[in-house]
Design a binder for this molecule. Structure first.
Ligand code: NI
Length: 135
């Protein structure tokens, strides 16, 4: 029997979306408020979903307390209350879009969770806009 278990977390962070090769006018037109040269914040909502077999003994797919601790250690500690462009090396050369942040979060968690479990990262940048990144 296969099931999916999910853990909800959140973090606050600042960013700026900008493409060096584009003019300031192009950047502003494309990224709008997210291009603000002085940065701006988002309240990110994160859902990490693990899909895999239900252990016949415990009845769990995964221990949610462990998952919560792993998200704290490997994700929240690196992103919460940070300027993503300036303080997170993964975004020094890469635009901190929700797409890229979700992919980076997936990459941080993947080595710590058994390969038999599929990981799906869902990241809300605003209540209406979210991105999904899967294995
Ligand atoms: Ni933004």
């Amino acid at each position: 029997m296969i099931a999916t278990v999910s853990r909800h977390a959140h973090f606050n962070a600042a960013h700026r979306l900008h493409v060096e090769a584009w003019s300031d006018a192009q950047n502003k037109a494309f990224f709008g408020a997210c291009n603000n040269p002085l940065y701006h914040g988002h309240n990110y909502e994160l859902i990490v979903a693990l899909t895999g077999p239900i252990d016949p003994i415990s009845g769990y797919v995964y221990d949610m307390k462990v998952l919560g601790d792993q998200i704290k250690e490997h994700v929240e500690s690196k992103l919460d209350h940070k300027n993503l462009n300036l303080e997170v090396p993964e975004f020094a050369q890469r635009n901190p879009t929700a797409e890229h942040i979700a992919a980076v979060i997936h990459g941080w968690l993947r080595p710590h969770i058994s390969p038999e479990l599929k990981i799906k990262v869902t990241l809300y940048e605003t209540p209406r806009n979210f991105v999904e990144f899967n294995d």
